[in-house]
Design a protein around this ligand. Sequence first.
Ligand SMILES: [Zn+2]
Length: 198
Amino acid sequence: MSVADPIARLVKELARLPGIGEKTAQRLAFHILKAGAGYAGELAGAITGVVRDVRLCSSCQTLTDKDPCALCADPRRDARTICVVEGVPDLVAVERTHEYRGRYHVLHGALSPLDGVGPSELKIRELLLRLEQSPVDEVIVATNPDVEGEATALYLTKLLKPLGVKVTRIAQGVPMGGDLEYADQVTLARALSGRREL
Ligand SMILES: [Zn+2]
């Protein structure tokens, strides 16, 4: 080994992160070493803290360090409308539009039988439980406009409509195959306001 073992160990761990190659990992490791013990402590603490303190909101399933999360605890938000999204970044994207004042439900994925993702891998049971506990007027399905997102929307519609819930789907405008997370604010706001009933 050409570098000291502790450096090699750090490089190896950093290189496991998405988008970080061997070279970048090395650059980061030397940067951390140079920055000193104070920074290393902060970084290590932040990494440990995120795993220790962040959990799922027991209601909407978003990532939070408080349960219920700030969105669920906010009495100004309309509890009778639920916007269903695939992931937390999608929730953040919808929030960025400042157009939506209801609550959310995060599925943590989309149906994808080929990848072994069935309904039980998603937070669908939790959604049904929520609807049982407090009735809602509308569920807006804001899954991504790709094959998995559409399949998930269809599945949710079949599941929720018999319960007497109005199910709507965000309008086209978010490009097909696109990702909600990367849609610009105006496009996403328009897609939300132009939603149609399923
Ligand atoms: Zn919540």
